[in-house]
Design a protein around this ligand. Structure first.
Ligand code: ZN
Ligand code: MN
Length: 139
């Protein structure tokens, strides 16, 4: 293992947190969760570690939340259900056989396939129903 990929306790903790957290946390979420354990760790350290993990192919950056990048350390290819209201991201474990014809890709080499199913999670759907019902009640 070279210097670049040396595992510090902070790096290990960040990877462990990401691996055990199914909510696809942002860098801020990771920072908040670990800063008590590593008081000297800064938010930019978290970003740098995440970038290094991405370069090593251990972590994927999800660009489904326009506010902030979310991160995923699940090793198998998978897809996501993305709530447009609360920005919850849930895994879809099914392996879809999706492909494009060479005529559609113009020499583009596909290295990863990821489908985002956009919509509203059950919690947000019942919230919306409640808001709608309250409006009806209040006339
Ligand atoms: Zn939601
Ligand atoms: Mn995921």
């Amino acid at each position: 293992m070279n210097k670049k990929t040396r595992r510090t306790p902070q790096k290990l903790a960040i990877f462990e947190f990401l691996s055990n957290n199914k909510n696809h946390p942002s860098a801020e979420d990771i920072y908040r969760a670990l800063s008590a354990r590593f008081p000297t760790m800064s938010l930019s350290t978290v970003y740098n570690v995440l970038k290094a993990f991405q370069r090593e192919g251990l972590v994927t950056e999800l660009i489904v939340d326009p506010e902030k990048s979310r991160y995923d350390a699940a090793p198998q290819p998978h897809h996501h259900l993305v709530c447009l209201a609360c920005r919850k991201i849930a895994d879809v474990e099914r392996d879809f056989k999706i492909d494009l014809e060479p005529s559609e890709t113009n020499g583009f080499e596909i290295v990863r396939r990821q489908i985002d199913f956009l919509g509203y999670c059950s919690a947000c759907r019942s919230d919306k129903k409640n808001i709608h019902n309250r409006r009806l009640q209040n006339g």
